[in-house]
Design a protein around this ligand. Sequence first.
Ligand code: SF4
Length: 343
Amino acid sequence: MMRSAFERKPEPGKHLSPDPTPAGEQVSSGEIFRMSALRQKEWQRLANLPEETIQLIVQRLPVRIPRHLMRIPEPDRSAVLRQFLPHRNELDSDGLEDPLQEEKHRPAPLVIHRYRNRVLFLRTNLCAGYCRYCTRARIVGKPPHPTRRDVEESLAYIAAHPEINEVILSGGDPLVLSDQQLHSLLQQLRNIPHIRILRVATRIFLFLPHRVTNRLAELLAEYQPLYVVTQFNHPAEFLPDVDRAIACLVNRGIPILNQSVLLRGVNDDPQTMLNLVQKLIERRIRPYYLHQLDPVQGSLHFRVPVSRGKEIINHLRANIGGYAVPTYVFDDPNEPAKKLLYP
Ligand code: SF4
């Protein structure tokens, strides 16, 4: 029997909303998606690694690097790209495959239920770019891709648990779904009477800013209260297209929160972090968390000592209003809430 379009393995980008086509061009959304990333030979040259090493690394986590990041002038470009370029240390065995023990808290195929009142809903495994330190490197960018049945079973779990009042769409990146898929999921969640708050966790502003259209903004605004949670890690990430995408949602009244990850060689510097939070608040994005890196296998070259994180927070406190200072936290799977590293 032929599988439904919903269940078929999606071709990356094929399920994107078709409307961001540049004016006057007849280019399919799949093609736009492909063109928006560096080709393998381009990133391979930047990574400067032997072919055999690359082959092993991409099995761990695919590589997809947004082409527009190459417009960032040096030395900031290298710092930003460090998040996405494969590194030989990814083959180290230190660290954990599932550092947050999410698989132990997976009562339905797409649901992670670690905290009593809220769940993660992993509707897609795909992202528009892949961060080398991703906590979910074990599943993102790889099959099996969610089926219609997975979605139904996961919605049924949420509907059967009235203690859940908040759902966080995550993944993967839920904004690689088409508008139609997104609308359908948000509507089904809103139809569950005890769901009060929706959150969408995405890096689409940075990875694929043209995905953020007026139509998407209208769609998300329909499901308020809905918060968008994103991840900017470096002040040079605010390219003009990125700013346009942010404004498109903020101007519709959709609140955006930012969760940075403290990363060696990217943002482990007090002045860089101050510039980042300044740029966030100018764009009306609230700096929400600064995360200590989860100890994901293959990402430990990004680790920064907690003492450095505290130094950064002290610098922020001394130079910017308290509302712009993110909470410095570590996600410990054995704790009932995120651990404050510097209260
Ligand atoms: S966008 Fe999020 S889910 Fe995707 S690779 Fe980056 S951290 Fe992981």
